[in-house]
Every structure is written in structure tokens, then in C-alpha cells.
Write a protein that binds this ligand. Structure first.
Ligand SMILES: *Cc1c(COP(=O)(O)O)cnc(C)c1O
Length: 465
């Protein structure tokens, strides 16, 4: 047969579309996407045929190729994963896990309408912040609050509202960079304020602030140095001292707490982080902190402070651009309600439950996982339980190591490529499992595991190494 005849025997796009073989594919991917893929497959078949002068592919084989291409590109992108990194609040893995009451509340408001901005008592327009204002006031001692998308947005909005076109004084030791390019000096610039660095990197005194204050000063800023610590010969100006300086100069004090917490972490065996209540009672006019760090809630930025300052912030048109949606608000309300029973937080709130978990309890989870993992990996790897340490993550108490245990996996014979193969097959599971590498081993720290059976089911789908 000559080339022309051969090519003419390749079926048309319509023939494939009408074939029963593609019924299910059309249902899943729709007419447009399926047609485009058929065109690609047919174009390639024609090109191949020109070169090989081989037999014409069957309709069935062309349909199979279309289906397989569409299915392989269709895998979902955003998946639930098992965080076995040992970092409880892992920013790349979505930070805090929500309690069930918050998940239920999200589902209630997501599936229909709600009174998000509707005052049911008066029957008129309401304010979305009203749903958390009383609760946060009760828990933190703040007079008023407003909620935005994340803490970075909270800092931006506060600076822009309180100091646009003016100077903001901050200690040189607190010019923080948070992961993901959030740098205080740059945020300050984008907020339209001028940075006035005060003191030295390791030591800043109240007199340094006194000297820096001028008619142009609009705000004092204190940033919690979440992800590093300056040790040795140091002097920091306390919240009380900063507040007193602000009062005498007639400028407000903004405290960016970063993680922020409403409870004393010492009761969970961690170091003390200044609580929101402490910083407000020390005299800060406005405090910002994250919803999804130590608070254990949804991604949000919480701005709490005195009535006058919060009211100015709420009038800033940027607030409208940075406000949170109904699902965030619903989750936040439920998480905050748990704080009314602080004695139950170590069971009721996943973040604190995971942080408070004893090393012995983590070891028990590891013991339940070990046999499944060892059986699945066969002779290709040695699995054992070793002492290790977890951390909070998200910049909270970066130097605070929490005693923990981890499954330690080493391929036998040890080899870097086989280790990488193991890491990548754990990442390719339907519910990917993420651990961390240390000393040529893969460590899986089960501190945040709540459903051992579900994780065991994932391990059972691993191929032997
Ligand atoms: C984490 C952090 C931020 C940013 O908070 P996001 O909620 O991630 O936007 C800002 N300031 C400090 C000090 C932080 O630790």
C-alpha cells in the first residue's frame, strides 16, 4: 500500500468520538478536552506511520491511548498528606489541622447562606468581624478586633493605617525575615512608611528610642523574633518599656507577635512565649498574630487592640481587599470557643494535642506502624525506632526541641539512590507520606498522627524496596 492510502486509513476524529470505547472518558473529561486529545493522538499516529510505513493502529488502541493520556494528566494537585516530618506546624504542609467542630462549621456555612454580614437582631447589614469580636475580647482583654487573610496582611494593614508617609521606629534586632520573603523592612516600604532603625543588633535601650522619636514618628513597632534568637550580650526593650515610651510621645505601639498564643506553653512542657493577653496588658495598643500557627486555627491574621486604633484600621480601604471569607470566620469562631476550656485544649485542639503528646505516646504510635512498614519493605530495608526530636515549626520557639521518637528506615545495603527511591515512593502514595532525612536515613516522626489505621493502609500500598 502506498503512503497516501495508509494515512487515509487512520480513523477520523469523529469515528473515535463515536466509538463506545470513549464513552466513559467523554463523561469524565468532557467533549472539548477529549477532542483535543484525540487530535494530538491522531497527529502523532500519522507522523509515526509516515516513518515506519507500518500497519495502521486500530480504533481500540487509539482510544486506549487517549484515555490513558487524559487519566495521567488528571491527577489531583492538592492532596491530603501525612506529616511525619516532626514539625507540627509545617508551613509547606498547610500548618494547623482543624478540630472537628471547626470542620463542621465550615461545612455548614459553605453549603448555603449565612448571616456573615447580616445583623439578625436588627434585620440590617452587619459586620463580619462581629462573630469573633466578643470572644476574642473575652480571651485576650482587647477592646476590639478585626480579622484579615494572614498575619502578613495584618502587619501590612496596621502599618499602612497607622503610619503611611511617616516614620516607624523598630529595634535593629527585630528586622525579621519570615520564610517566603516576608521581610519587615520591605513590608514597611510597601505600606508607605519609613523605617527608623533603633539601637544595635544585639542591644537596644529605651534611650535609643527616646533619641529616635521625632514629630515625624507615627508608630513604635515591636516584632517577635520568631525564627531566631539573639544570645549572649543582649538588651531588648520590653513591651512595658515600649508602651511607656509610646504613651509619653503620644504614638501607638504595634506588636507583631507572629505565632501568638493565648495560653502559657509551659504547661505543655514548652518554653514560655509571650501570650496575647500579656502583651495587651503590658500596654500594646494593637497586636497582630496568625490564626494557623500556635492558635491552631485557619489561616488568618488577627488584629486585636484598643477601640480607636481598630476602628481606624477597619476604615482603611485595604481592609476590604484583605478580609477573610465565611469559611475562615466559621472555623475561627469554633477554635476560639475551645479556648474557653483551656484545661481541655491538650485533647480538644489538634495543634496543642500534638505538641503536648508525650514521647512515650509517640513511641506507641511508632510501634504500631513498624511491623506494617517492615513487612511491606521486606529485606530491602531495616526499620527501627529511635529517639528523636520534634519541633513546633512556623517560627515558634525555633530552638525548642521536643523529645520524640521516630521510625528510622535505612535501605539494605545502604545506598543513597535507594533511599531517594523510598522517599519518592512514600511521596507517590495516594495519601503521600512526608518524612525527613538525617544521617543517611529516613525518619518518620508520628507525633501528628491521629489515625494510625489510615497510615497503615497507606504503608500497605508501598512496593518492596
Ligand atoms: C509568621 C509570621 C508572620 C507572617 O504570618 P503569616 O500568618 O504567615 O502571614 C509575620 N510576623 C512574624 C513575626 C511571624 O512569625
Amino acid at each position: 500500500m502506498n503512503e497516501k492510502n495508509l494515512l487515509q486509513q487512520i480513523p477520523s476524529v469523529d469515528r473515535l468520538l463515536q466509538s463506545n470505547e470513549l464513552n466513559a472518558t467523554l463523561d469524565s473529561f468532557g467533549h472539548q478536552r477529549t477532542t483535543a486529545c484525540i487530535r494530538d493522538v491522531l497527529t502523532e499516529a500519522r507522523a509515526t506511520l509516515k516513518v515506519t510505513q507500518d500497519s495502521v493502529p486500530t480504533i481500540e488502541s487509539l482510544c486506549r491511548e487517549v484515555t490513558s493520556r487524559l487519566s495521567s494528566e488528571a491527577s489531583d494537585s492538592l492532596l491530603a498528606v501525612h506529616n511525619l516530618t516532626g514539625t507540627v506546624l509545617h508551613t509547606n504542609l498547610g500548618r494547623a489541622s482543624l478540630p472537628q467542630s471547626a470542620i463542621d462549621a465550615v461545612s455548614r456555612v459553605a453549603s448555603g447562606n449565612s448571616n456573615l454580614e447580616f445583623d439578625l437582631a436588627e434585620g440590617k447589614r452587619g459586620d463580619r468581624d462581629s462573630h469573633v469580636e466578643a470572644l476574642l475580647a473575652e480571651l485576650t482583654g482587647a477592646e476590639a478586633v478585626t480579622i484579615v487573610n494572614n498575619n502578613a496582611a495584618a502587619v501590612l494593614l496596621c502599618l499602612n493605617t497607622l503610619a503611611m508617609g511617616k516614620e516607624v521606629c523598630i529595634s535593629r534586632g527585630e528586622l525579621v525575615e519570615i520564610g517566603g520573603s516576608f521581610r519587615i523592612p520591605e513590608v514597611m516600604e510597601r505600606s508607605g512608611c519609613r523605617l527608623r532603625e533603633v539601637g544595635a543588633t544585639n542591644r537596644t535601650h529605651p534611650e535609643d528610642f527616646e533619641k529616635a522619636l521625632s514629630d515625624d514618628t507615627a508608630l513604635l513597632l515591636k516584632v517577635h523574633t520568631s525564627n531566631y534568637e539573639i544570645r549572649g550580650f543582649t538588651r531588648e526593650v520590653s513591651y512595658e518599656e515600649m508602651a511607656a515610651l509610646g504613651k509619653s510621645a503620644g504614638v501607638p505601639l504595634l506588636a507583631d507577635l507572629g505565632s501568638g498564643t493565648l495560653v502559657d506553653l509551659v504547661q505543655y512542657g514548652l518554653e514560655h512565649e509571650p501570650t496575647v493577653q500579656e502583651v495587651i496588658s503590658a500596654g500594646a495598643d494593637v497586636v497582630t498574630f496568625s490564626g494557623d500557627k500556635l492558635l491552631g486555627g485557619p489561616q488568618a491574621g488577627i488584629i486585636a487592640g484598643n477601640r480607636e486604633v481598630i476602628s481606624a484600621i477597619k476604615k482603611n480601604p485595604l481592609k476590604r481587599a484583605l478580609r477573610v471569607d465565611k469559611m475562615t470566620m466559621a472555623a475561627l469562631v469554633e477554635v476560639l470557643k475551645l479556648y474557653r476550656h483551656p484545661e481541655q485544649l491538650s485533647t480538644s485542639l489538634p495543634t496543642l494535642r500534638h505538641l503536648a503528646r508525650s514521647a512515650a505516646e509517640v513511641k506507641q504510635i511508632a510501634e504500631a506502624l513498624l511491623p506494617v512498614l517492615q513487612k511491606q519493605l521486606g529485606d530491602g530495608a531495616e526499620v527501627e525506632i529511635i529517639e528523636s526530636s520534634s519541633q513546633i515549626g512556623s517560627g515558634a520557639l525555633p530552638l525548642n526541641q521536643i523529645d520524640s521518637f521516630a521510625l528510622s528506615i535505612q535501605p539494605t545495603p545502604a545506598s543513597d539512590s535507594r533511599l531517594q527511591q523510598l522517599v519518592s515512593s512514600l511521596r507517590s502514595l495516594p495519601e503521600p507520606v512526608i518524612g525527613r532525612l538525617a544521617d543517611g536515613r529516613l525518619l518518620l516522626d508520628p507525633r501528628t498522627v491521629d489515625d494510625t489505621t489510615r497510615l497503615q493502609d497507606q504503608f500497605r500500598q508501598l512496593n518492596p524496596l
